[in-house]
Design a protein around this ligand. Structure first.
Ligand code: ATP
Ligand code: MG
Length: 404
């Protein structure tokens, strides 16, 4: 590759690099595109939780861009690395997952990723395929290729080491295993969120050592969670799941702080940087209404996973129930047998996890029957007529009278 890449190759590379936080390196990407070869592109997902969320969608959408450009895209399910647990951003070791939990999470991953990715044009692989076969002797050779100092370059490891928080030896294996994945797949490009940069970069020396070209590492910005501050992550519970209903997705976006709107416009709705800037400026100048912009973004997010009609219905639901304090058009109907108190009904309807939690909700004034707040924690449940039970502004059930 002595020729500088053509303008067309640079333009194609620029489109792929758009909205990335870091590209190592852009020139290599342009040069590799210029060869005209389909690039091997890899994204690793660890089945640590049952849900993918709209933060994962940021990097999944970037991966889909490579699919659309005709490259050879692999979604790598880290069934083996999950046993180690990615130490990235952690201040303690991860609790290990059982094989059953890993298996169960894996089942749902491909399906959920399919909400963003065209799975017909993506290859699914599992890294147990090669990592499970490595012998101890081979592992030693891999470990010899890196150093403890290199590991302690990582902020999270360095911090834990400085704090005296234990780092188990096996945690050092995670980046090595991920690097070896790149060797096994002969990756030209690896994608990840920006928290993954260290792990991604590890692949480069390992590939060079294996006689391959070093992969190009591309990271996307991390979407903040509902608090607008911390990385959206299942473990913090500040996430919007890809499988959440349109109403839930809409409602959750409406809860983010105004300061997070421009980020959500770009990373959650997938709008351009220019549009995100326009929103940020409009909000700062007071020429745009935060409520209107939030609804627009919430609708765009719900549209990605539920289509335009589903998203519009979610917006109407929100405007009717939350904003005007009315009931939603469709309320699920359920019948319970033998429930005699409001507390028991809240538990039976799964609106409270325990009787104690139910009593707390009642005391807080969060519980309504047919639109009227009930504050008596000993209230009985009258079963003769259908009644709408409501908790907060988003949970509704129409309870039908008992049969017979
Ligand atoms: P955990 O918090 O348990 O590490 P995770 O949400 O980071 O889970 P991973 O499977 O480790 O999930 O991440 C898969 C890919 O998705 C990684 O490249 C990661 O950087 C990216 N990713 C995860 N969360 C976000 C987010 N909030 N915004 C953008 N990318 C994300
Ligand atoms: Mg992670």
């Amino acid at each position: 590759m002595t020729q500088p890449p053509s303008a067309a190759a640079r333009e194609a590379a620029q489109e792929l690099a758009d909205n990335c936080e870091h590209v190592e390196t852009f020139d290599e990407l342009a040069a590799r595109i210029a060869t005209g070869k389909r690039l091997n592109v890899k994204l690793g997902l660890d089945p640590t939780t049952p849900d993918l969320h709209i933060g994962h969608a940021v990097v999944l959408r970037k991966l889909q861009q490579f699919v659309d450009a005709g490259h050879n895209v692999t979604l790598l399910i880290g069934d083996f690395t999950t046993r180690i647990g990615d130490p990235t951003g952690r201040n303690t070791m991860r609790p290990p997952l059982t094989d059953e939990a890993i298996e169960a999470n894996m089942q749902t991953y491909a399906k959920q990723a399919g909400k963003v990715l065209d799975l017909d044009r993506v290859t699914l692989r599992y890294n147990s395929e090669w990592l499970g076969k490595l012998s101890f002797a081979e592992l030693i050779k891999l470990l010899a290729q890196t150093t403890v100092a290199r590991m302690l370059d990582r902020k999270d490891f360095a911090q834990r080491y400085a704090d005296g928080t234990p780092i188990s030896m096996h945690e050092f294996l995670y980046p090595v295993a991920q690097a070896y994945d790149s060797v096994a797949l002969e990756a030209d490009v690896e994608l990840g969120g920006s928290d993954q940069l260290f792990n991604l970069l590890m692949g480069r020396p390992y590939q060079l050592h294996a006689g391959q070209l070093a992969q190009i590492c591309m990271t996307v910005p991390l979407l903040e969670g509902l608090d607008g501050k911390h990385k959206m992550s299942k473990s913090t519970g500040n996430h919007i799941a890809l499988t959440d209903s349109a109403n839930d997705q809409f409602g959750k976006v409406m809860r983010i702080p105004d300061e997070a709107l421009a980020r959500y416009a770009r990373l959650a709705a997938g709008w351009s940087q220019a549009e995100a800037d326009r929103i940020a400026e409009g909000l700062a100048a007071g020429t745009l209404s935060p409520m209107d912009e939030k609804k627009r973004i919430a609708e765009a997010v719900a549209t990605l996973y539920h289509g335009a009609d589903g998203a519009r219905a979610a917006r109407q639901h929100f405007e009717r129930t939350i904003q005007r304090g009315e009931l939603p058009a469709e309320i699920p109907e359920r019948r319970f047998e033998g429930v005699r108190t409001l507390v028991d009904m809240l538990v039976a309807a799964s609106f409270a996890e325990s009787k104690r939690a139910a009593q707390r909700l009642i005391a807080e004034g969060a519980v309504k029957i047919d639109g009227s707040v009930v504050t008596d924690p000993k209230a009985i449940w009258d079963t003769s007529e259908p009644a709408v039970l409501q908790v907060g502004s988003r949970k509704f059930v129409r309870v039908l009278p008992e049969k017979g």
